[in-house]
Design a protein around this ligand. Structure first.
Ligand code: G3D
Ligand code: MG
Length: 182
């Protein structure tokens, strides 16, 4: 049965407007990139299964319910509602716009305030296909290290890193859940 799964997680996608959140989710869930996304209004979610190798002999299917939350400040009041119940998330910035990198701390704060705890996150450096990159890989890695999260570079346009992002997060979430049960 194709809808069978071993784990179900709600995940949220955080980051400034236009960093590529919707493009990443669309690329992952439908496998293509469109350039005419309408600015996300409020929120929407996609559902997709990821198979991961849990141990040498065990493969598990993880169902991800991916919430694409609008990044614009006018939606700020609504966002905490969408964060509720999430097990993990992506923290996304645009490597061609430094401002989107500088505000990452604010996104972390907003999420932690809404949840009252920390959850596993992946730092995603998006738009690596563009020539006018300003935020260096070393800077992203340092931020990720300081916050104890994996760092992945992506391009929703070429598809680079997109599957890796969700597989990595699914793995982290399964390990996290297993540890809680011990
Ligand atoms: P958001 O959901 O974070 O607000 P979107 O961002 O997914 O709507 O993307 C904002 C713009 O960036 C879109 O362009 C989209 O096509 C583009 N984009 C997203 N990811 C990438 C990427 O990896 N590479 C490149 N080159 N562009 C990307 P438009 O022009 O439609 O506003
Ligand atoms: Mg969007």
């Amino acid at each position: 049965m194709s809808s069978a799964y071993d784990y179900l997680f709600k995940i949220v996608i955080l980051g400034e407007g236009a960093v590529g959140k919707t493009a990443i989710v669309t690329r992952f869930s439908h496998g293509f990139f469109r350039t005419d996304y309408k600015t996300t209004i409020g929120s929407q979610f996609a559902v997709k299964n990821v198979d991961i190798v849990k141990s040498e002999h065990e493969k598990v299917t993880v169902k991800l319910q991916i919430w694409d939350v609008a990044g614009q400040s006018r939606f700020q009041i609504l966002r905490p509602m969408y964060y509720r119940g999430s097990s993990g998330g992506l923290l996304v910035y645009d490597v061609t716009r430094r401002r989107t990198f500088i505000v990452l701390e604010e996104w972390l704060e907003e999420l932690h305030k809404a949840l009252g705890k920390t959850i596993p996150l992946i730092l995603v450096a998006n738009k690596t296909d563009l020539p006018d990159r300003v935020v260096e890989p070393s800077e992203g890695r340092e931020f990720a290290d300081n916050h104890d999260m994996p760092y992945i570079e992506s391009s929703a346009k070429t598809g680079e890193g997109i599957i890796d992002i969700f597989e990595e997060l699914a793995e982290v979430l399964v390990v996290n859940r297993e540890q809680k049960q011990i």
